[in-house]
Design a protein around this ligand. Structure first.
Ligand code: COA
Ligand code: AMP
Length: 633
């Protein structure tokens, strides 16, 4: 069956489609049905089944004869080491850490924050939580203490599992001081912190609260606890329009079923094959395709602790693919832009045999045609863009190569996957025709594994995703469909920007800037960047009587964003202006400022209060190297 048949089969009977996929999962109690629509427009999947994620990702493979297969390859150029862990070893490690959690009073439904770099222990920690039905929330290492504190207060974890440090190229980043700072800032205090000590930087433990990773495991191991299909497997925070991150809830049953299905249908790997997603466990890609997806499906997963360039050079990716016989490889386009910048002609790849590789998959941000074509040329394999979000946890639109490799149209992530009924709507919620730009919305219900709600924030869930277009999920992306049903993802419709494949909120940065005592008003926009796709750029209006120079205030705000949101925000550009361009009703015209910065044409809004301010904006942008091309209203 080709893609069109599979998609049509799903459309005509979604229940049968997903119940058939659910057979690939080992349930303690099989679900009697897939969709539960009693609380529509809030939907749940497989709620009456009982299942355990860790059992399906680890134990069952040991029972089925894969015990000696390598489950995790940790390749770490920053520590110059490669470590392999078999499924049998992984079972022992997760059971042991799960035992430690149980001994510290953590049980089903309790939250556990995981703050760890790209080490196998991060996966062990995630799986150990899943083993006992605890709900993990992994926080990316590049966030500052304040962001960690916000997450601690929102999900009120009983325990934290952290590493003493992370290694960012040659830099050693102490995670434990950041954790201590976060716990000082938060209202909620976790009872226990289990600390994995790395030799590069041992952390001092806080008596009474902290316990060493090894010592904590001096207790009996814990077995898998079956949970309901709708039990949250994890909460992962992602950026929204405000400073408060959204806690995306991932339901257990649908997560297992859907991820398992994607491994063959989308990534075209069979159990036993080596799969590599070069991302970070702190992002959704890391959850779905470094940890859960490959392991559930019986693949070997590569945990890479390094960067595409500089660890030690732009050939690192090629070496890892060759050394570990990677069959399917997934990363963000920004990583390829970094490699291309260092090795434009692809000389370094010639020294490596990457014939094991079947295809490259790109996601996390728009894949620009130049990057795709360069990757196709130097790697000699098909390059597949695919589009998804933290909220969905897996592909909305992609090229289902395990079903049928569809022709690639460069710039399009291809077509909607079974489970997703994607529509392009105008502002009034009416469908627009092929080739017309609109808001991308997905007809409810979303498929299994996607978010059923936000953690502790059902109203926010409805407001953010369900209210704008009743009966649809609003993706926050704008784009179009062509005559062949291919999707084209063009831009965000909200204040979210994408910096090096990392999703960030300009609203959150504005909240930090506004707290500077000399800043009267501010705005943050995303400007185009050759390497990172976008970079944040701040506009600051200063209070009258400010005695500091513009440069001093700019430097202070840059430091504030780094200290409060984190280095990952990459906030390094800001300009001082007298006024911000606004509509007569006072709405800041961020979109137009972005267009001016990127020298793109824009339409002068009829409601603009004072068009002359746009010239001031252009002048200010030119001082930092933007708006050179002179865009026109
Ligand atoms: N812990 C601590 N700090 C971190 C971190 C982590 N896990 N990850 C990033 N940072 C820091 C970096 O050290 C850097 O700090 P600096 O300002 O002191 O230099 C800052 O955050 C920005 O990091 P990054 O965005 O990674 O930029 P970079 O210039 O170091 O590297 C790329 C640029 C393109 C090589 C890099 O962004 C990359 O590999 N991106 C891949 C994207 C990806 O995996 N996305 C996930 C979705 S698929
Ligand atoms: P995240 O939740 O961090 O995965 O970010 C999701 C957002 O990244 C999407 O809503 C898009 O704006 C953007 N994005 C992800 N993948 C793609 C893609 N293949 N093409 C265009 N934009 C993408």
């Amino acid at each position: 069956m080709g893609y069109r048949d599979v998609y049509a089969g799903w459309q005509s009977d979604p229940e049968a489609f997903w119940m058939a996929q659910a057979k690939a999962i080992d349930w303690d109690v099989p679900p009697t049905k897939a969709l539960h629509a009693e609380n529509a427009p809030l939907y749940e999947w497989f709620s009456d089944g009982m299942v355990n994620t860790c059992y399906n990702a680890v134990d069952r493979h040991v029972e089925n004869g894969r015990g000696n297969q390598v489950a995790i390859i940790h390749d770490s150029p920053v520590t110059n080491s490669v470590t392999k862990i078999t499924f049998a070893e992984l079972q022992g490690k997760t059971a042991s850490l799960a035992g430690a959690l149980v001994a510290r009073g953590v049980g089903k439904g309790d939250r556990v924050i995981i703050y760890m770099p790209m080490i196998p222990e991060a996966l062990v920690a995630m799986l150990a939580c899943a083993r006992i039905g605890a709900i993990h929330s992994v926080v990316f290492g590049g966030f500052a203490a304040h962001e960690l504190a916000v997450r601690i207060d929102d999900c009120t974890p009983k325990a934290v599992i952290a590493a003493s440090c992370g290694l960012e190229g040659a830099k050693v980043i102490g995670y434990k001081p950041l954790l201590d700072d976060a716990i000082n800032q938060s209202k909620h205090t976790p009872e226990t912190c289990i600390i994995f000590q790395r030799p590069q930087c041992a952390a001092e433990l806080t008596p009474g609260r902290d316990i060493d990773w090894v010592e904590a495991q001096n207790v009996p191991p814990a077995d898998c606890v079956p949970v309901e299909g709708n039990h949250p497997a994890y909460v992962l925070y992602t950026s929204g329009t405000t400073g408060a991150p959204k806690g995306v809830v991932r339901p257990t049953g649908g997560h297992l079923v859907a991820l398992n299905w994607t491994m063959k249908a989308i990534y075209n790997v069979d159990p036993g094959d080596v799969f590599w997603a070069a991302s970070d466990v702190g992002w959704v890609v890391g959850h779905s395709y470094i940890c859960y997806g490959p392991l559930i499906h019986g693949n070997t997963t590569v945990v890479f602790e390094g960067k595409p360039v500089g660890t030690p050079d732009a050939a690192t990716f090629w070496r890892v693919i060759e050394d570990h016989k990677v069959k399917s490889f997934f990363t963000a386009p920004t990583a390829f832009r970094a490699i291309k910048r260092e090795d434009p002609t692809g000389e370094m790849i010639k020294k490596h045999d990457i014939s094991c590789l079947q295809a490259l998959y790109l996601a996390g941000e728009r894949a620009d045609p130049d990057t795709i074509q360069w990757a196709q040329k130097v790697m000699g394999v098909p390059v597949y863009d695919h589009w998804w979000q933290t909220e969905t946890g897996y592909t909305i639109a992609g090229n289902p190569t395990g079903i049928e490799a569809l022709p690639v149209k460069i710039g399009s992530p291809t077509v909607a996957m079974p489970g997703y009924d994607v529509h392009i709507l105008d502002e009034g919620g009416h469908e627009v025709g092929p080739g017309t730009l609109g808001a991308i919305a997905i007809k409810l219900p979303l498929p299994p594994g996607t978010l059923p709600t936000l953690w502790n924030a059902e109203e926010r869930f409805r407001k953010s995703y369900l209210n704008t277009f009743p009966g649809y999920y609003e993706t926050g992306d704008a784009g179009m469909k062509d005559e062949d049903g291919y999707l084209w993802i063009m831009a965000r419709t909200d204040d979210v920007i994408n910096v090096a494949g990392h999703r960030l909120s300009t609203g959150a940065m504005e909240e930090v800037l506004a707290a500077h005592p000399d800043v009267a008003e501010c705005a943050v926009i995303g400007v185009a960047d050759e390497l990172k796709g976008q970079l944040p750029l701040g506009f600051l209006c200063l209070n009258k009587g400010c005695t500091k120079s513009d440069a001093e205030v700019v430097a202070e705000t840059v430091k504030m964003v780094r200290d409060q949101i984190g280095p990952v925000a990459a906030f390094k550009l800001a300009v001082v202006v007298d006024r911000l361009p606004k509509t007569r009703s006072g709405k800041i015209l961020r979109g137009i400022m972005g267009k001016i910065a990127d020298s793109q044409p824009f339409k002068m809004p009829a409601t603009i209060d004072d068009p002359a301010i746009l010239d001031e904006v252009r002048d200010a942008l030119q001082t930092v190297g933007y708006a050179k091309g002179g865009s026109q209203g």
